[in-house]
Design a protein around this ligand. Structure first.
Ligand code: CA
Length: 230
């Protein structure tokens, strides 16, 4: 799994990083709230470990903001002592689970695995989606994996959502509004032009590096996926 650890106690952050890496995970660490939010927004993770009390932005704030982006990455909140964590506020902010310090690494690892399993099941049943394919472009929305030929491509949850909309209907024009409705939780509150931003970043990841053009613009409508992958 790719895991983000946001923890301002650097000793703890480092021991978590080492323990998780030893278990075979990829780990990024951040020691303040702003850096944590930046990483959560710009990279794709399977789980986020979020300390509650952080300089800059609190764990609650980070979690609310990534949820407001429509990012459903599982979040495990870490709290300094029993009672510090307000379960109602934590659930409002969109955290999936919490753990009180000090905790054993074994318990943490087990909770992480449980969260990741639940998330994978939820995604699979929500989308009912198997693997999508257009030529050599392959997307597994439930497993959150994408590749072009043998090359793995890292996409954010939102990019995967947008790409899945297009790949589910290869060759057909998909309206920006339809993409918005499927991928965003509060589509009425969002300008459909935001879809352009995600299509542009997708093109930079799945097309440009390979000299391909899979996502075609359909004038005044939206986009369509070239059935052969471009
Ligand atoms: Ca702290």
């Amino acid at each position: 799994m790719r895991i983000l650890v946001v923890e301002d106690e650097e000793g703890l952050a480092e021991s978590l990083r080492r323990g998780l890496c030893a278990d075979g995970h990829w780990v990024d660490t951040a020691h303040d709230g702003h850096r944590g939010l930046e990483l959560a927004r710009t990279r794709s993770y399977d789980a986020v470990l979020l300390d509650l009390m952080l300089p800059g932005l609190s764990g609650y704030e980070i979690c609310s903001r990534i949820r407001a982006d429509g990012d459903l990455t599982p979040v495990l909140m870490l709290t300094a002592k029993d009672g510090e964590y307000d379960e109602a506020e934590g659930l409002d902010s969109g955290a999936d689970d919490y753990l009180t310090k000090p905790f054993s690494f074994v318990v943490l690892a087990a909770r992480l695995r449980a969260l990741a399993r639940r998330a994978a099941t939820a995604t699979a049943s929500a989308g009912g989606a198997g693997t999508l394919q257009a030529g050599d472009l392959v997307l597994d929305p439930a497993g959150r994996r994408c590749r072009r030929g043998a090359q793995d491509i890292e996409l954010t949850a939102r990019e995967i959502g947008v790409l899945a909309c297009l790949m589910e209907q290869p060759g057909l024009a998909v309206a920006k509004q339809d993409i918005l409705d499927q991928v965003w939780d509060t589509p009425h509150a969002i300008d459909p032009n935001i879809v352009e931003v995600y299509v542009s970043s997708l093109r930079k990841k799945i097309d440009a590096p390979f000299g391909r053009r899979s996502i075609r613009t359909v004038h005044r409508t939206g986009y369509r996926m070239a059935p052969d992958g471009g």
